[in-house]
Design a protein around this ligand. Structure first.
Ligand SMILES: [Zn+2]
Length: 72
C-alpha cells in the first residue's frame, strides 16, 4: 500500500514540474518572439515595439520616416 502512495506522490511531483517547465519554456519563447524589424531608411534593426510603423514600413526615428517619405 505504501508503494502506491509513493507512486502517487511521484506522479504528482512529475506533473507539477512538467507543468512548471512548460510554463518557463513558453515564457522564453514569448521573449524570443519579440519581432525585430529593419529601419527602411538606414537598415538598423530594432524591436518592433520600439519602431515607428507607417504603411507596413518600420523606422528607427521619425526623422527617418520623414526622410523616407520625401524620397518618394
Ligand atoms: Zn533609421
Amino acid at each position: 500500500m505504501r508503494i502506491l502512495i509513493l507512486l502517487a506522490i511521484g506522479l504528482l511531483l512529475y506533473l507539477i514540474f512538467r507543468n512548471l517547465y512548460r510554463r518557463i519554456k513558453s515564457e522564453k519563447q514569448i521573449e524570443q518572439a519579440e519581432k525585430m524589424v529593419r529601419c527602411e531608411q538606414c537598415g538598423l534593426h530594432l524591436l518592433e515595439q520600439e519602431a515607428i510603423q507607417k504603411n507596413q514600413h518600420f523606422f528607427c526615428t521619425t526623422e527617418h520616416l520623414e526622410a523616407y517619405q520625401q524620397q518618394k
